[in-house]
Design a protein around this ligand. Structure first.
Ligand code: TYD
Ligand code: MG
Length: 459
């Protein structure tokens, strides 16, 4: 009998160490190491035994030009946002990880998928909810069930594979990987070694049978359970479901995709009856307003590959306390401080004694630097209490010396603004090279410095 082997794992990032450590050398988190039994005493029999494996030629190297390219037949789902994020549908035999914080809507998204696929047998395996709960949720989603959907509440991988064999589904969904348990490993469900082993078994299963498998994985900030980070490298595709739980909008983002672009994203709205696709994001991100209000500017930004227009709101007021407050939602606070410093220095705005609040509408977090210009304009507009016309959009990055820098894919941004009925767009002068203005109805105003934009917008 072999001795049981144990190792210490960082529960946050999966870093492995032979001895206990206080601080993880990989992710710098404290107190995350837990001892886990990685191999049980006795012989090892995998739950999903590989007979052929991934290398059908017996491990022989093949010349790349001799490898036949087989047209992959993707399973196209009725959910267009999901298709887009996956790169055009579900690839047979792919292992897809759907990560997100608890309560964000992963189970809803997956159950919706399981119910929607026309003419497909789907198996939804839940270790978190009872059959009754799942039935209730399915009723709530109130979709006419097109798929032949089966539900299994089970956590042991051995029984799961038995049931899969008995049901013979075309698609398997596991909710969630942190509840699964493999008999090969002694440690508790949700620990790094369990999560890894169960994923490895599912991976072998998916590759051998060509049945696609979706795995739900919870992300927690405190790292109480092993995060999906530890298995990102094992799966083909990593999708992240994110959003503010208090807002209704959710973003499904491809973080890694072996079968498509990793910069795609899908947008959903969480309704009482499940998730609804949002095909025109700008419509929801721009608030309806009749008269122009000060402190609002519209940015033409890109999320992944998708252009959208978003509202930036700023509130500038005299500070009641010695130290002014600076706060931003959906935008990096350090970047906001930098932009405020640029305004002080270049335009002589005395913002140091004023509170500045910044908000990106819709609960979105924006990383695209092209929104800088709209941030600057929103701040000035609020400070001066002069509204900016609702028909004007902005797209440009602001540099430290107040220069307006070029941004990528400017044509797409202009086209989106035009499509939504904007009449003017301010862009960087450096973006106009090779840009055919006669293409567009919208007036394109190139600017080089913040001073110029200030004069042009506020006169
Ligand atoms: P859920 O899918 O259970 O989240 P996760 O699996 O990521 O933990 O979704 C939880 C939230 O979604 C819950 O707060 C209720 C809400 N919800 C709706 O608003 N509408 C619906 O139709 C459903 C099914 C859930
Ligand atoms: Mg869930």
């Amino acid at each position: 009998m072999a001795k049981a082997k144990t190792t210490y794992f960082c529960q946050n990032c999966g870093y492995e160490s032979a001895k206990w450590l206080g601080k993880c050398p990989s992710c710098q988190e404290w107190n995350t190491f837990v001892e886990e039994v990685v191999e049980k005493a006795g012989p090892r029999v995998p739950d999903w035994r590989t007979t052929t494996g991934a290398a059908p030629r017996g491990g022989k190297a093949a010349a790349i030009h001799e490898i036949e390219q087989v047209e992959e037949r993707r399973l196209v789902t009725p959910d267009r946002e999901l298709n887009r994020v996956l790169g055009g549908g579900i690839v047979p035999g792919s292992l897809v990880l759907v990560g997100g914080e608890p309560g964000i809507g992963k189970s809803t998204l997956m159950l919706q998928l399981a119910l929607q696929l026309p003419g497909t047998k789907t198996l939804y395996i839940s270790g978190e909810e009872s059959e009754q709960q799942l039935k209730m949720r399915a009723e709530r989603l109130s979709q006419s069930t097109k798929a032949d959907c089966y539900i299994l509440t089970e956590t042991a991988t051995r029984s799961i594979f038995k049931q899969i064999e008995a049901t013979a589904p075309d698609l398997v969904i596991i909710d969630s990987i942190q509840t699964l348990h493999s008999a090969q490993i002694d440690s508790a469900p949700g620990s790094v070694s369990q999560v890894r082993e169960c994923t490895a078994e599912l991976l072998r299963f998916a590759k051998e049978t060509a049945i696609p498998v979706f795995i739900v994985g919870h992300i927690t900030k405190d790292g109480a359970i092993a995060g999906p980070k530890v298995l990102e490298h094992m799966v083909d595709t990593v999708l992240q479901f994110e959003g503010d739980r208090h807002h209704v909008y959710r973003i499904l983002r491809a973080i890694k995709n072996r079968f498509g672009s990793a910069s795609e994203l899908g947008i959903y709205e969480m309704q009482g009856t499940g998730l609804r696709e949002v095909s025109n994001p700008s419509e929801i991100l721009l608030s309806q307003r009749e008269n122009s209000m000060s402190g609002i500017a519209i940015a033409a930004m890109l999320e992944g590959m998708r252009p959208m227009l978003i509202e930036v709101q700023a509130l500038v007021g005299n500070s009641a306390y010695g130290t002014p407050q600076r706060s931003s939602t959906g935008f990096d606070t350090r970047r906001m401080n930098m932009l405020l410093a640029v305004l002080e220095k270049r335009l002589g705005f005395r913002l140091s004694a004023q509170d500045v609040f910044l908000n990106i509408a819709g609960g979105l977090r924006v990383e695209d630097p092209a929104i800088d210009l709209a941030v600057v304009i929103a701040v000035i507009s609020s400070q001066q209490d002069i509204p900016v016309s609702a028909t004007v959009a902005f797209s440009g990055e602001v540099g430290l010396s107040g220069e307006i820098r070029a941004v990528n894919r400017i044509e797409q941004r202009i086209a989106e603004a035009e499509k939504l009925g904007f009449e003017t767009i301010y862009i960087s002068k450096y973006n106009t090279k090779g840009l055919d203005k006669s293409h567009y109805q919208i007036a394109i105003v190139p600017v080089a410095k913040v001073e110029e934009v200030f004069r042009a917008v506020f006169g």
